[in-house]
Design a protein around this ligand. Structure first.
Ligand code: UDX
Length: 421
């Protein structure tokens, strides 16, 4: 927003985070973000604060961007942070304002929050709620924010729509499509989009299971069906499956909400989407065990990757760490290495063993596992790794390597959804 020319005051309850951001350092890894922060901080248009009073006085528009994680012990979304944000802001508003929700929430939440905003705002202060879901991908966050595929705004008045059209004027003049709708549809667009993406990934991973049984190659199958424009190539990469802070918990929260609405049958297929996805993790561990000759006890395994996907240091529900932890539970000595996610991974799994580099991870390994497709790992060659390892065994859980090339160099390679020979 500051880059688009607005004056922005950003609030968080975490003082350490605010201090770090004020000095131009984002609290997570996102390509280009520190440079952009430094650039806009220098303009004076972006400041940070831990004072709700200050933001309440400052803003014409308030974006609420807090997380909605999975509730402990349930599939539903935990709305604590959204409620806390609204409850702390609303009573302090002193002048006309539009409060805009960006969080991914169960359908029906915005309507409840709008009522709550009206109750909590001081009498006579003209405030309104809008819902504007966020579709950015980690690793592409800046581009996805400044050049999104589409804008979706859920509003209950022309005035709220006009305000958001003004906020996004420069994107709209660049022909970014905008869909203006009601709260419920806006909320559902977000979860429906994530459910579709998760389904697409699990579809190709289901094909991978069939390919493994039939001796076929899922990467070729994906290429061939993707040529059909109606199917397309994107999100058809078979492998270890999806993780992260969005797709897994969003499909579960969507199922939970459908149950509350009495339409659980409509989303029953998402249960299978989730199950297919989780089975790929087990299958990856099976492949390592098979390569080890039936038992992982005492086997040294290099785990390349910890983040849930490349170009992110996010390890929430990371398939890579799930696999590393399972290997260790079966008695393997794992050595996890990731270019950016080491700090987060060691906080979440303090008992895993971490390596300092690719060479440190792979040195003396009985099995090398490619779990997250960072460029640094994709560029590895059989000749580069051969002198380092104890045995030339590779599990390519992201289908990035050419099996023929590794086999020709004397490696035994197993890939998800491809013939094992
Ligand atoms: C996702 C949505 O893409 C985004 O629109 C939404 O706002 C938030 O959730 P993100 O979680 O950043 O974004 O990651 P995404 O790029 O969608 O990848 C999700 C997971 O799917 C990753 O673990 C990735 O490795 C996996 N994936 C993706 C596949 O396994 N195969 C694919 O073909 C694509």
């Amino acid at each position: 927003m500051a880059d688009l020319g607005f004056d922005v005051l950003a609030f968080d309850i975490d003082a350490e985070r605010i201090a770090s951001l004020s000095s131009g350092v984002a609290p997570f890894f996102e390509p280009g973000l520190n440079d952009l922060l430094t650039k806009v901080l220098a303009t004076g248009r972006l400041r940070f604060t831990t004072s709700v009073e200050e933001v309440a006085e400052f803003g014409d528009v308030h974006f609420m961007c807090v997380g909605t994680p999975q509730k402990v012990g349930s599939n539903a979304a935990d709305l604590r942070h959204v409620s806390a944000a609204l409850d702390s802001l609303a009573p302090l508003l002193t002048r006309p304002a539009l409060v805009v929700g960006k969080s991914t929430v169960p359908v029906g939440t915005a309507a409840l929050l709008a009522e709550r905003l009206a109750q909590l705002a001081p009498a006579g202060v003209d405030v309104e709620l809008a819902w504007n879901p966020e579709f950015l991908r980690e690793g592409f966050a800046i581009n996805d924010t400044l050049s999104p595929d589409r804008l979706v705004i859920g509003v209950t008045s022309k005035r709220a729509e006009a305000t958001l059209r003004e906020v996004y004027a420069s994107l709209l003049s660049a022909d970014v499509p905008i869909v203006v709708t009601d709260f419920a549809t806006a909320e559902l667009v977000k979860v429906a989009a994530n459910a579709f993406l998760a389904t697409k990934i699990s579809f190709i991973n289901a094909m991978a299971e069939v390919c493994e049984a039939a001796g076929a190659d899922v990467t070729v199958l994906a290429e061939a069906i993707g040529h059909d424009d109606r199917i397309g190539h994107r999100f058809l990469r078979a492998g270890l499956g999806f993780g992260g802070g969005c797709l897994p918990k969003d499909i579960r929260a969507f199922m939970a909400r459908a149950g509350e609405l009495g339409v659980d049958e409509a989303l029953m297929f998402l249960r299978e989407v989730d199950a297919i996805n989780l089975r790929r993790r087990d299958r990856t561990v099976d492949m390592a065990r098979e390569l080890a000759g039936g038992s992982l006890q005492g086997v040294v395994v290099a785990c390349l990757g910890a983040s849930f996907k490349p170009n992110s240091d996010d390890v929430r529900d990371s398939p890579a760490l799930h696999v590393a932890a399972s290997l260790q539970t079966e008695g393997a000595t794992v050595r996890v290495y990731d270019p950016e996610a080491m700090a987060n991974a060691s906080r979440l799994f303090p008992t895993l063993h971490f390596a300092q580099s690719v060479d440190d991870s792979v040195g003396g390994a009985d099995i090398v596992m490619l779990l997250t497709e960072w460029n640094e790992f994709c560029a590895l060659t059989p000749d580069r790794l051969a002198p380092l390892v104890r045995s030339r065994h590779l599990v390519d859980a992201r289908n990035v390597f050419d099996p023929a090339q590794w086999r020709a160099a004397g490696w035994t390679i197993r890939s998800l959804g491809r013939p094992s020979l």
